[in-house]
Design a protein around this ligand. Structure first.
Ligand SMILES: NC(=O)c1ccc[n+]([C@@H]2O[C@H](COP(=O)([O-])OP(=O)(O)OC[C@H]3O[C@@H](n4cnc5c(N)ncnc54)[C@H](O)[C@@H]3O)[C@@H](O)[C@H]2O)c1
Length: 275
Protein backbone atom coordinates (compact mmCIF):
# COMPACT_ATOMS: atom_id res chain seq x y z
CA UNK A 1 0.00 0.00 0.00
CA UNK A 2 1.19 3.49 -0.81
CA UNK A 3 1.20 5.25 2.59
CA UNK A 4 2.22 8.64 1.21
CA UNK A 5 0.68 11.91 2.33
CA UNK A 6 -2.13 11.42 -0.14
CA UNK A 7 -5.35 9.79 0.97
CA UNK A 8 -5.83 6.04 0.63
CA UNK A 9 -8.08 5.39 -2.36
CA UNK A 10 -10.81 2.93 -1.45
CA UNK A 11 -12.68 0.81 -3.99
CA UNK A 12 -16.01 -0.66 -2.91
CA UNK A 13 -16.74 -4.02 -4.53
CA UNK A 14 -20.44 -4.74 -3.96
CA UNK A 15 -22.78 -1.83 -3.22
CA UNK A 16 -25.35 -3.65 -1.08
CA UNK A 17 -26.04 -3.13 2.63
CA UNK A 18 -22.46 -3.42 3.89
CA UNK A 19 -20.65 -1.85 0.94
CA UNK A 20 -22.99 1.15 1.02
CA UNK A 21 -22.66 1.70 4.76
CA UNK A 22 -18.85 1.55 4.54
CA UNK A 23 -18.75 3.90 1.55
CA UNK A 24 -20.90 6.44 3.38
CA UNK A 25 -18.90 6.19 6.60
CA UNK A 26 -15.58 6.96 4.91
CA UNK A 27 -16.54 10.62 4.69
CA UNK A 28 -17.68 10.82 8.32
CA UNK A 29 -15.17 8.48 9.98
CA UNK A 30 -11.98 8.61 7.89
CA UNK A 31 -12.13 11.83 5.89
CA UNK A 32 -8.54 12.95 6.49
CA UNK A 33 -7.00 9.64 5.53
CA UNK A 34 -9.17 8.00 2.90
CA UNK A 35 -11.62 8.67 0.11
CA UNK A 36 -13.81 6.52 -2.11
CA UNK A 37 -12.45 6.50 -5.65
CA UNK A 38 -14.23 3.50 -7.14
CA UNK A 39 -17.54 1.65 -6.86
CA UNK A 40 -18.44 -1.51 -8.70
CA UNK A 41 -21.51 -3.71 -8.43
CA UNK A 42 -22.62 -6.40 -10.85
CA UNK A 43 -25.97 -4.64 -10.73
CA UNK A 44 -25.14 -1.18 -12.17
CA UNK A 45 -28.26 0.33 -10.58
CA UNK A 46 -26.73 -0.35 -7.14
CA UNK A 47 -23.44 1.47 -7.78
CA UNK A 48 -25.28 4.32 -9.52
CA UNK A 49 -27.64 4.68 -6.57
CA UNK A 50 -24.83 4.61 -4.00
CA UNK A 51 -22.83 7.21 -5.93
CA UNK A 52 -25.68 9.68 -5.34
CA UNK A 53 -25.30 9.31 -1.57
CA UNK A 54 -21.56 9.89 -1.24
CA UNK A 55 -19.64 13.11 -1.83
CA UNK A 56 -17.18 11.71 -4.38
CA UNK A 57 -17.51 12.36 -8.10
CA UNK A 58 -17.09 10.00 -11.09
CA UNK A 59 -16.47 6.92 -8.99
CA UNK A 60 -18.76 4.38 -10.67
CA UNK A 61 -16.68 1.83 -12.59
CA UNK A 62 -17.85 -0.36 -15.44
CA UNK A 63 -15.90 -3.46 -14.45
CA UNK A 64 -13.96 -4.98 -11.58
CA UNK A 65 -10.57 -4.59 -13.35
CA UNK A 66 -11.44 -0.91 -13.76
CA UNK A 67 -12.14 -0.65 -10.02
CA UNK A 68 -8.75 -2.25 -9.31
CA UNK A 69 -7.07 0.37 -11.49
CA UNK A 70 -8.60 3.15 -9.41
CA UNK A 71 -7.93 2.14 -5.78
CA UNK A 72 -5.27 1.15 -3.22
CA UNK A 73 -7.61 -0.82 -0.94
CA UNK A 74 -10.54 -2.99 -2.02
CA UNK A 75 -13.51 -3.42 0.32
CA UNK A 76 -15.10 -6.76 -0.69
CA UNK A 77 -18.81 -6.82 0.20
CA UNK A 78 -20.36 -9.06 -2.43
CA UNK A 79 -22.64 -12.08 -2.26
CA UNK A 80 -21.14 -13.81 -5.27
CA UNK A 81 -20.42 -17.47 -6.04
CA UNK A 82 -16.94 -16.53 -7.27
CA UNK A 83 -15.90 -14.28 -4.35
CA UNK A 84 -12.82 -16.43 -3.86
CA UNK A 85 -11.69 -15.52 -7.36
CA UNK A 86 -12.49 -11.83 -6.85
CA UNK A 87 -10.27 -11.74 -3.76
CA UNK A 88 -7.45 -13.46 -5.65
CA UNK A 89 -7.79 -10.92 -8.46
CA UNK A 90 -7.34 -8.02 -6.03
CA UNK A 91 -4.24 -9.62 -4.54
CA UNK A 92 -2.80 -10.38 -7.98
CA UNK A 93 -3.19 -6.65 -8.72
CA UNK A 94 -1.22 -6.00 -5.47
CA UNK A 95 -4.14 -4.37 -3.68
CA UNK A 96 -4.82 -4.63 0.04
CA UNK A 97 -8.29 -6.01 0.66
CA UNK A 98 -10.84 -5.96 3.47
CA UNK A 99 -12.88 -9.16 3.19
CA UNK A 100 -16.46 -9.34 4.44
CA UNK A 101 -17.27 -12.76 2.92
CA UNK A 102 -15.02 -14.51 5.44
CA UNK A 103 -16.69 -17.85 4.81
CA UNK A 104 -15.01 -17.88 1.41
CA UNK A 105 -11.63 -17.98 3.17
CA UNK A 106 -12.37 -21.06 5.22
CA UNK A 107 -10.51 -23.33 2.83
CA UNK A 108 -8.43 -20.44 1.65
CA UNK A 109 -4.91 -21.29 2.78
CA UNK A 110 -3.76 -20.43 -0.74
CA UNK A 111 -5.33 -16.96 -0.53
CA UNK A 112 -3.53 -16.21 2.73
CA UNK A 113 -0.27 -17.34 1.12
CA UNK A 114 -0.96 -15.28 -1.99
CA UNK A 115 -1.50 -12.17 0.15
CA UNK A 116 1.82 -12.81 1.86
CA UNK A 117 3.67 -13.42 -1.40
CA UNK A 118 2.20 -10.31 -2.97
CA UNK A 119 3.07 -8.19 0.10
CA UNK A 120 -0.61 -7.28 0.53
CA UNK A 121 -2.71 -6.94 3.66
CA UNK A 122 -5.82 -9.05 3.94
CA UNK A 123 -8.09 -7.51 6.58
CA UNK A 124 -10.76 -9.59 8.32
CA UNK A 125 -13.20 -7.73 10.59
CA UNK A 126 -14.39 -9.47 13.76
CA UNK A 127 -17.98 -9.27 12.49
CA UNK A 128 -20.98 -9.91 14.71
CA UNK A 129 -19.01 -11.57 17.51
CA UNK A 130 -16.78 -10.57 20.43
CA UNK A 131 -13.48 -11.96 21.67
CA UNK A 132 -11.55 -12.40 18.44
CA UNK A 133 -8.58 -10.49 19.89
CA UNK A 134 -8.44 -12.89 22.86
CA UNK A 135 -8.84 -15.95 20.62
CA UNK A 136 -5.89 -14.77 18.52
CA UNK A 137 -3.84 -14.45 21.71
CA UNK A 138 -5.04 -17.84 23.01
CA UNK A 139 -3.84 -19.61 19.88
CA UNK A 140 -0.24 -18.81 20.85
CA UNK A 141 -0.76 -21.43 23.57
CA UNK A 142 -2.80 -24.59 23.14
CA UNK A 143 -6.54 -24.36 22.45
CA UNK A 144 -8.44 -27.42 23.70
CA UNK A 145 -12.05 -26.70 22.63
CA UNK A 146 -14.13 -23.94 21.06
CA UNK A 147 -17.92 -23.93 21.03
CA UNK A 148 -19.95 -21.43 19.06
CA UNK A 149 -23.62 -21.38 20.03
CA UNK A 150 -25.77 -19.35 17.68
CA UNK A 151 -29.32 -18.63 18.84
CA UNK A 152 -31.84 -17.26 16.39
CA UNK A 153 -35.57 -16.59 16.44
CA UNK A 154 -37.71 -19.34 14.88
CA UNK A 155 -38.63 -17.24 11.82
CA UNK A 156 -34.90 -17.03 10.96
CA UNK A 157 -35.00 -20.69 9.84
CA UNK A 158 -38.21 -20.62 7.81
CA UNK A 159 -36.44 -21.07 4.46
CA UNK A 160 -33.50 -23.17 5.67
CA UNK A 161 -33.02 -26.25 3.46
CA UNK A 162 -31.46 -28.37 6.24
CA UNK A 163 -34.40 -27.73 8.59
CA UNK A 164 -36.82 -28.67 5.81
CA UNK A 165 -34.85 -31.78 4.87
CA UNK A 166 -34.80 -32.95 8.51
CA UNK A 167 -38.56 -32.31 8.67
CA UNK A 168 -38.18 -30.15 11.77
CA UNK A 169 -41.58 -28.62 12.46
CA UNK A 170 -40.72 -25.08 13.54
CA UNK A 171 -44.28 -24.29 14.59
CA UNK A 172 -44.11 -27.10 17.19
CA UNK A 173 -41.05 -25.68 18.95
CA UNK A 174 -41.97 -24.40 22.42
CA UNK A 175 -38.58 -24.17 24.19
CA UNK A 176 -34.89 -23.88 23.27
CA UNK A 177 -34.22 -26.62 20.71
CA UNK A 178 -30.94 -27.65 19.10
CA UNK A 179 -31.23 -27.64 15.31
CA UNK A 180 -27.61 -28.46 14.62
CA UNK A 181 -24.60 -29.68 16.57
CA UNK A 182 -21.49 -30.48 14.57
CA UNK A 183 -18.26 -29.30 13.04
CA UNK A 184 -17.66 -26.04 11.20
CA UNK A 185 -17.52 -27.63 7.75
CA UNK A 186 -20.95 -29.23 8.16
CA UNK A 187 -22.36 -26.08 9.76
CA UNK A 188 -21.26 -23.98 6.84
CA UNK A 189 -22.91 -26.43 4.44
CA UNK A 190 -26.21 -26.69 6.33
CA UNK A 191 -26.47 -23.09 7.56
CA UNK A 192 -24.71 -20.90 5.01
CA UNK A 193 -25.99 -17.74 6.67
CA UNK A 194 -23.94 -18.64 9.74
CA UNK A 195 -20.83 -19.11 7.67
CA UNK A 196 -19.02 -15.83 8.37
CA UNK A 197 -19.12 -16.03 12.17
CA UNK A 198 -17.91 -19.63 12.26
CA UNK A 199 -15.23 -18.97 9.64
CA UNK A 200 -13.96 -15.90 11.51
CA UNK A 201 -13.50 -17.99 14.68
CA UNK A 202 -11.87 -20.81 12.71
CA UNK A 203 -9.37 -18.43 11.10
CA UNK A 204 -8.63 -16.48 14.30
CA UNK A 205 -8.05 -19.63 16.35
CA UNK A 206 -6.29 -21.62 13.65
CA UNK A 207 -8.10 -24.53 15.31
CA UNK A 208 -10.86 -25.39 12.86
CA UNK A 209 -10.86 -29.02 13.99
CA UNK A 210 -11.56 -28.05 17.59
CA UNK A 211 -14.52 -25.83 16.76
CA UNK A 212 -17.97 -27.19 17.55
CA UNK A 213 -20.96 -25.27 16.23
CA UNK A 214 -24.39 -25.43 17.85
CA UNK A 215 -27.42 -23.71 16.38
CA UNK A 216 -30.55 -23.40 18.45
CA UNK A 217 -33.91 -21.70 18.28
CA UNK A 218 -36.81 -20.89 20.60
CA UNK A 219 -39.97 -18.78 20.48
CA UNK A 220 -38.36 -16.82 23.32
CA UNK A 221 -35.48 -15.60 21.12
CA UNK A 222 -36.08 -12.16 19.64
CA UNK A 223 -32.57 -11.36 18.32
CA UNK A 224 -29.66 -13.28 16.81
CA UNK A 225 -27.01 -14.03 19.40
CA UNK A 226 -23.61 -15.68 19.25
CA UNK A 227 -21.98 -17.18 22.32
CA UNK A 228 -18.39 -18.38 22.17
CA UNK A 229 -16.63 -20.55 24.72
CA UNK A 230 -12.93 -21.23 24.36
CA UNK A 231 -10.96 -23.49 26.70
CA UNK A 232 -7.22 -23.59 26.39
CA UNK A 233 -3.90 -23.34 28.18
CA UNK A 234 -4.76 -19.71 28.96
CA UNK A 235 -7.92 -20.65 30.89
CA UNK A 236 -11.53 -20.18 29.76
CA UNK A 237 -13.19 -17.41 27.78
CA UNK A 238 -16.90 -16.81 27.25
CA UNK A 239 -18.35 -13.99 25.15
CA UNK A 240 -21.85 -13.29 23.94
CA UNK A 241 -23.27 -10.75 21.50
CA UNK A 242 -26.97 -10.03 21.05
CA UNK A 243 -27.24 -8.41 17.66
CA UNK A 244 -29.58 -5.83 16.26
CA UNK A 245 -30.02 -6.24 12.50
CA UNK A 246 -28.67 -3.75 10.00
CA UNK A 247 -31.50 -1.39 8.98
CA UNK A 248 -30.57 -1.88 5.29
CA UNK A 249 -30.46 -5.69 5.32
CA UNK A 250 -32.22 -7.81 7.98
CA UNK A 251 -29.86 -10.72 7.20
CA UNK A 252 -26.84 -8.73 8.36
CA UNK A 253 -26.02 -7.81 11.96
CA UNK A 254 -25.37 -4.13 12.54
CA UNK A 255 -22.26 -4.97 14.58
CA UNK A 256 -20.76 -6.71 11.52
CA UNK A 257 -20.98 -3.45 9.59
CA UNK A 258 -19.55 -1.42 12.47
CA UNK A 259 -16.67 -3.89 12.84
CA UNK A 260 -15.79 -3.40 9.17
CA UNK A 261 -15.67 0.36 9.65
CA UNK A 262 -13.44 0.10 12.72
CA UNK A 263 -11.15 -2.35 10.87
CA UNK A 264 -10.78 0.25 8.16
CA UNK A 265 -9.98 2.90 10.78
CA UNK A 266 -7.34 0.60 12.30
CA UNK A 267 -5.84 0.04 8.87
CA UNK A 268 -5.63 3.79 8.40
CA UNK A 269 -3.99 4.15 11.82
CA UNK A 270 -6.91 5.98 13.40
CA UNK A 271 -7.57 3.48 16.19
CA UNK A 272 -4.72 2.16 18.26
CA UNK A 273 -6.25 0.41 21.29
CA UNK A 274 -6.35 -3.37 20.86
CA UNK A 275 -4.87 -3.36 17.39
N1 LIG B 1 -18.02 -10.92 8.17
C1 LIG B 1 -19.22 -10.78 8.67
O1 LIG B 1 -19.42 -10.75 9.88
C2 LIG B 1 -20.39 -10.62 7.75
C3 LIG B 1 -21.64 -10.28 8.25
C4 LIG B 1 -22.69 -10.13 7.36
C5 LIG B 1 -22.49 -10.34 6.00
N2 LIG B 1 -21.28 -10.71 5.55
C6 LIG B 1 -21.02 -10.98 4.13
O2 LIG B 1 -20.79 -9.74 3.45
C7 LIG B 1 -21.20 -9.86 2.10
C8 LIG B 1 -22.09 -8.68 1.72
O3 LIG B 1 -23.22 -8.63 2.59
P1 LIG B 1 -24.40 -7.57 2.35
O4 LIG B 1 -25.31 -7.68 3.53
O5 LIG B 1 -23.83 -6.23 1.99
O6 LIG B 1 -25.10 -8.22 1.07
P2 LIG B 1 -26.07 -7.50 0.01
O7 LIG B 1 -26.84 -8.61 -0.62
O8 LIG B 1 -26.82 -6.38 0.63
O9 LIG B 1 -25.05 -6.87 -1.09
C9 LIG B 1 -24.22 -7.64 -1.92
C10 LIG B 1 -23.98 -6.88 -3.22
O10 LIG B 1 -23.02 -7.60 -3.98
C11 LIG B 1 -23.39 -7.43 -5.37
N3 LIG B 1 -22.69 -8.45 -6.16
C12 LIG B 1 -22.96 -9.78 -6.28
N4 LIG B 1 -22.04 -10.36 -7.08
C13 LIG B 1 -21.17 -9.41 -7.47
C14 LIG B 1 -20.00 -9.40 -8.28
N5 LIG B 1 -19.53 -10.51 -8.84
N6 LIG B 1 -19.35 -8.23 -8.47
C15 LIG B 1 -19.81 -7.09 -7.90
N7 LIG B 1 -20.91 -7.03 -7.12
C16 LIG B 1 -21.58 -8.18 -6.89
C17 LIG B 1 -24.90 -7.55 -5.37
O11 LIG B 1 -25.47 -7.01 -6.54
C18 LIG B 1 -25.25 -6.74 -4.10
O12 LIG B 1 -25.48 -5.37 -4.40
C19 LIG B 1 -21.92 -11.23 1.99
O13 LIG B 1 -21.02 -12.19 1.45
C20 LIG B 1 -22.22 -11.60 3.42
O14 LIG B 1 -22.21 -13.02 3.64
C21 LIG B 1 -20.21 -10.83 6.40
Amino acid sequence: MNRSKTKIRVGILGCGAIGSRIARSIKTECEDLACVTALFDINPAKSASLSKHIPYKNVVQKSYPQLLDHCDLVVEAVNAPDTHQLIRQALMAKKDILVMSVGKLLDGESILKLAQNQGCRLLIPSGAIAGIDAIKAARLGKIHHITLTTRKPVYGFADNAYVQEKRINLSQISKETILFDGNVKEAVKCFPQNINVAATIALASSAKDKLRVRITTSPEFKVNSHEIEVIGEFGRLVTKTENVVCPDNPKTSYLAVLSAIVTLKQYLGQVRIGT
